[in-house]
Ligand binder design. Structure first.
Ligand code: SF4
Ligand code: SF4
Length: 128
Protein backbone atom coordinates (compact mmCIF):
# COMPACT_ATOMS: atom_id res chain seq x y z
CA UNK A 1 0.00 0.00 0.00
CA UNK A 2 0.96 3.63 -0.46
CA UNK A 3 0.59 6.23 2.26
CA UNK A 4 1.66 9.67 3.35
CA UNK A 5 3.49 9.79 6.67
CA UNK A 6 3.15 13.04 8.60
CA UNK A 7 6.08 13.91 10.86
CA UNK A 8 5.63 16.38 13.71
CA UNK A 9 8.68 18.44 14.79
CA UNK A 10 9.12 16.20 17.85
CA UNK A 11 9.59 13.08 15.73
CA UNK A 12 11.87 14.18 12.87
CA UNK A 13 15.12 13.39 14.71
CA UNK A 14 14.07 9.95 15.94
CA UNK A 15 15.23 6.70 14.33
CA UNK A 16 11.73 5.46 13.63
CA UNK A 17 12.13 4.59 9.94
CA UNK A 18 15.50 2.90 10.51
CA UNK A 19 14.03 0.80 13.33
CA UNK A 20 11.01 -0.06 11.19
CA UNK A 21 13.20 -1.39 8.38
CA UNK A 22 15.54 -3.19 10.79
CA UNK A 23 12.89 -4.88 12.93
CA UNK A 24 10.10 -5.83 10.54
CA UNK A 25 9.93 -8.13 7.53
CA UNK A 26 8.68 -5.51 5.07
CA UNK A 27 9.40 -3.99 1.68
CA UNK A 28 9.65 -0.26 2.26
CA UNK A 29 10.16 2.38 -0.42
CA UNK A 30 10.42 6.11 0.14
CA UNK A 31 8.86 7.64 -2.97
CA UNK A 32 9.01 11.26 -1.94
CA UNK A 33 10.02 13.18 1.17
CA UNK A 34 9.99 16.75 2.35
CA UNK A 35 11.08 16.84 5.97
CA UNK A 36 12.66 19.73 7.84
CA UNK A 37 13.29 20.29 11.57
CA UNK A 38 9.79 21.79 11.62
CA UNK A 39 8.23 18.47 10.50
CA UNK A 40 7.12 17.28 7.12
CA UNK A 41 5.70 14.56 4.91
CA UNK A 42 6.96 11.38 3.29
CA UNK A 43 5.23 9.34 0.59
CA UNK A 44 5.94 5.65 1.12
CA UNK A 45 5.08 2.25 -0.25
CA UNK A 46 4.94 -0.52 2.33
CA UNK A 47 4.27 -4.20 1.68
CA UNK A 48 5.32 -7.56 3.01
CA UNK A 49 4.48 -10.13 5.66
CA UNK A 50 4.73 -7.75 8.60
CA UNK A 51 3.38 -4.58 6.95
CA UNK A 52 0.44 -4.35 9.37
CA UNK A 53 2.72 -4.66 12.39
CA UNK A 54 5.07 -2.11 10.84
CA UNK A 55 2.25 0.37 10.34
CA UNK A 56 1.18 -0.10 13.95
CA UNK A 57 4.78 0.56 15.02
CA UNK A 58 4.83 3.82 13.03
CA UNK A 59 1.56 4.99 14.56
CA UNK A 60 2.65 4.09 18.08
CA UNK A 61 5.85 6.07 17.47
CA UNK A 62 3.70 9.14 16.77
CA UNK A 63 3.84 9.21 12.98
CA UNK A 64 0.45 9.91 11.47
CA UNK A 65 -0.23 7.57 8.55
CA UNK A 66 -2.62 8.50 5.78
CA UNK A 67 -3.21 5.58 3.36
CA UNK A 68 -3.90 6.52 -0.25
CA UNK A 69 -4.98 4.64 -3.34
CA UNK A 70 -4.28 7.49 -5.74
CA UNK A 71 -1.08 9.53 -5.80
CA UNK A 72 -2.06 11.95 -8.55
CA UNK A 73 -5.41 13.25 -9.67
CA UNK A 74 -6.10 14.17 -13.28
CA UNK A 75 -8.84 16.69 -13.82
CA UNK A 76 -10.75 15.26 -16.75
CA UNK A 77 -12.38 18.63 -17.48
CA UNK A 78 -8.99 20.31 -17.91
CA UNK A 79 -7.05 17.50 -19.61
CA UNK A 80 -6.94 17.80 -23.40
CA UNK A 81 -5.19 14.43 -23.88
CA UNK A 82 -2.21 16.16 -25.49
CA UNK A 83 0.17 13.45 -24.24
CA UNK A 84 2.88 15.85 -23.03
CA UNK A 85 3.04 14.10 -19.68
CA UNK A 86 3.36 10.57 -21.07
CA UNK A 87 7.02 10.47 -22.09
CA UNK A 88 8.13 12.32 -18.96
CA UNK A 89 6.84 9.71 -16.55
CA UNK A 90 9.90 7.74 -15.36
CA UNK A 91 7.88 4.61 -14.53
CA UNK A 92 5.54 4.60 -17.55
CA UNK A 93 2.53 5.08 -15.29
CA UNK A 94 0.84 7.35 -17.85
CA UNK A 95 -0.43 5.71 -20.99
CA UNK A 96 -2.38 6.63 -24.09
CA UNK A 97 -5.35 4.29 -24.32
CA UNK A 98 -6.90 2.89 -27.50
CA UNK A 99 -9.41 5.73 -27.57
CA UNK A 100 -6.46 8.22 -27.36
CA UNK A 101 -7.40 9.18 -23.81
CA UNK A 102 -4.52 9.60 -21.35
CA UNK A 103 -4.75 7.53 -18.17
CA UNK A 104 -2.64 7.27 -15.01
CA UNK A 105 -1.95 3.85 -13.48
CA UNK A 106 -2.10 4.49 -9.74
CA UNK A 107 -0.33 1.21 -8.96
CA UNK A 108 2.78 2.28 -10.87
CA UNK A 109 2.81 5.99 -9.99
CA UNK A 110 5.60 6.95 -7.56
CA UNK A 111 4.50 10.54 -7.04
CA UNK A 112 7.59 12.17 -8.58
CA UNK A 113 5.48 15.07 -9.85
CA UNK A 114 7.11 15.34 -13.30
CA UNK A 115 3.70 15.15 -14.96
CA UNK A 116 2.39 18.01 -12.85
CA UNK A 117 5.20 20.30 -14.07
CA UNK A 118 4.82 19.25 -17.70
CA UNK A 119 1.09 19.70 -18.11
CA UNK A 120 0.21 22.84 -20.08
CA UNK A 121 -3.32 22.74 -18.69
CA UNK A 122 -2.30 22.18 -15.06
CA UNK A 123 -4.61 19.18 -15.16
CA UNK A 124 -2.59 16.85 -12.90
CA UNK A 125 -1.98 17.38 -9.22
CA UNK A 126 -0.30 15.36 -6.48
CA UNK A 127 -2.88 14.39 -3.86
CA UNK A 128 -1.55 15.25 -0.38
S1 SF4 B 1 3.71 11.66 -10.54
FE1 SF4 B 1 5.55 10.84 -11.61
S2 SF4 B 1 5.23 8.64 -11.56
FE2 SF4 B 1 3.24 9.53 -11.11
S3 SF4 B 1 2.23 9.67 -13.08
FE3 SF4 B 1 3.26 11.64 -12.73
S4 SF4 B 1 5.24 11.45 -13.76
FE4 SF4 B 1 4.42 9.36 -13.50
S1 SF4 C 1 -0.05 16.94 -20.17
FE1 SF4 C 1 -1.92 17.54 -19.09
S2 SF4 C 1 -3.39 17.98 -20.71
FE2 SF4 C 1 -1.73 16.79 -21.63
S3 SF4 C 1 -2.41 14.64 -21.47
FE3 SF4 C 1 -1.17 15.04 -19.66
S4 SF4 C 1 -2.68 15.68 -18.12
FE4 SF4 C 1 -3.71 15.84 -20.08
Amino acid sequence: MKAWLNFSPSIVNKRVIADLIKNYNINFNILKANITPKGGKMLIEINGKEAEEGIKFLEEAGIELQPITRVVKKDEDKCIDCGACVSLCPVTAIKIEEDWGVEVDDELCIGCGFCTYSCPMKAIKIIE
